[in-house]
Design a protein around this ligand. Structure first.
Ligand code: PLP
Length: 471
């Protein structure tokens, strides 16, 4: 008898309406794949928005967490514990840092960085030096301080007025940076704009930031929340770019999926701090830091990073090939395993088109993300296999075939062979396309080839383009 599958979507759950009204319910993961509540597997090239760097179902992470939970789960920041101290030592030794402040999320890491930069400016330069500068299309988080340096109006508008004395300059504009002066306490930047379209800093911009920092004693905060810890093929993307960071913020993959962030600070800031200046009850607890030490030990050896770079070269090449063969695709962007490709369509239709493509990928067993208005973002686990990279790019090509993408000049694209599918109906498939999702993991995490999963159930295309906005 044929078993009827459970609808894998949660509709109208009492989850705040800032998230999509229907959410794909995930129940399990293994390697680079996740399973939904109906039992269907997906190849996950979003990795929990660039968090699950080591993939799913890791027994080593579970072992470390369980061992530490049996010993001691929580201390508060009135005390510390061996894993917290050990991780602080490791992270501090990874660059010109004197100390580490632990929080629980990316936004908290940036919040701490901004507060400490202002404290430094007020103590060393005096009043009138509190300006915080960020750059167009950057994303630094959703709490009031981090949001104040996140210029995208959709994120900010409902919450204004935000923190005063913040300013946005154009990204990659060295001349704008050259106008900065001593009144600026800090600049906060991403080397690659993870949420804002995957644009990468130019060498000229790097040079301008380094000079402004030096000349005006501006604290340079580098947000490595998405780019750090191996994502771009090195431990820190700013180092590869030649950017001289004062403060570095880390989160997402730091504790393998558990909530932990770190704000790495230099001696000249640390020496000005007194107990009580900043704090967090949960930040840097023994369990998250024990797991993070294990993640660090796994990711940072050169042989692991070499593997990441090899997969990145492959993904890069296959995406370039896909983009070259399709008029509806533009530039490929990003670096390492944070890659994207521009979709060429009229600006006012980009949101719908991207949503359709993400939906078409999902119904074929591939989860990907959006970045900026019109970029498809791929950020798989760093442990992704060669076969899975090829499978993901192939499915992306099939998904693009199934979506009608209007050309930017208003003419219908010749590329899409099928009409855009209406919400609630399955997307149309082009010939030669398999209905099987991206394969089911075996116990070793390898793919079984064409999987047993059903073709996507009729599902609306409400997608990560909403939900995949930064968490
Ligand atoms: C570059 C960057 N900074 C900060 C954040 C905020 O992190 P969180 O959602 O953990 O607060 C994000 C999240 O996507 C990010 O990509």
């Amino acid at each position: 008898m044929k078993m009827k599958r459970k609808d894998p979507f949660q509709y109208g759950a009492p989850i705040a309406r800032c998230y999509a009204p229907e959410l794909l319910e995930l129940t399990k993961g293994k390697g680079s794949r996740v399973r939904d509540a109906s039992g269907r597997w997906y190849l996950d090239f979003g990795a929990g928005i660039a968090v699950n760097a080591l993939g799913y179902g890791r027994r080593d992470l579970a072992r470390v967490a369980a061992r530490q939970m049996r010993r001691l789960i929580h201390t508060s920041n009135l005390y510390t514990s061996p894993p917290t101290v050990a991780l602080a030592r490791t992270l501090t030794a990874s660059g010109p840092f004197d100390a580490c402040f632990f929080g629980n999320s990316g936004t908290e890491a940036n919040e701490a960085a901004l507060k400490l930069a202002r404290l430094y400016a007020s103590r060393t330069k005096g009043p009138g030096h509190a300006r915080l500068v960020s750059f167009t299309n950057s994303f630094h988080g959703r709490t009031m301080g981090a949001l104040s340096v996140t210029p995208t109006s959709a994120y900010r508008e409902p919450f204004e007025p935000l923190v005063p004395e913040t300013e946005t300059l154009p990204f990659n504009d060295p001349e704008a940076v050259a106008q900065l002066d001593r009144r600026v306490a800090a600049c906060i930047v991403e080397v690659i704009q993870g949420e804002g379209g995957l644009e990468q800093m130019t060498p000229e911009f790097v040079e301008a930031l380094n000079s402004a920092r030096e000349e005006h004693d501006i604290v340079l905060i580098v947000d490595e929340i998405q780019t750090g810890l191996g994502r771009t093929g090195s431990v820190y993307a700013h180092r590869t770019a030649g950017l001289k960071a004062d403060i570095v913020t880390l989160a997402k993959p730091l504790a393998g999926g558990l909530p932990l962030s770190a704000t790495l600070i230099p001696e000249r800031i640390n020496k000005l701090l007194s107990p009580g200046d900043h704090g967090s009850t949960f930040g840097g607890g023994p369990v998250t830091t024990a797991v993070a030490a294990h993640v660090w030990k796994t990711i940072t050896p050169e042989r692991f990073l070499e593997q990441v770079r090899a997969r990145a070269v492959q993904l890069d090449g296959e995406l370039d090939e896909l983009a070259a063969s399709r008029s509806e695709l533009g530039r490929t962007l990003g670096a390492g395993l944070l890659r994207g490709v521009e979709v060429r369509c009229p600006e006012n239709q980009a949101k719908t088109v991207i949503k359709e493509i993400l939906g078409a990928c999902r119904s074929r067993g591939l989860l990907i993300l959006r970045s900026g208005a019109n970029v498809l973002r791929l950020a798989p686990p760093l442990t992704v296999s060669k076969e899975d990279v090829s499978t993901a790019v192939r499915i992306l090509g099939q998904a693009l075939d199934a979506v009608e993408i209007p050309s930017p000049d208003g003419n219908d694209s010749a590329q899409g062979t099928a009409p855009a599918h209406a919400p609630g109906s399955p997307p149309t498939r082009s010939s030669g396309e398999s209905s099987a999702p991206a394969g089911r993991p075996t116990s070793t995490g390898a793919t079984t080839g064409a999987a047993t999963g059903q073709s996507a159930a009729g599902q609306s295309t409400t997608e990560q383009s909403d939900q995949g906005d930064p968490s």
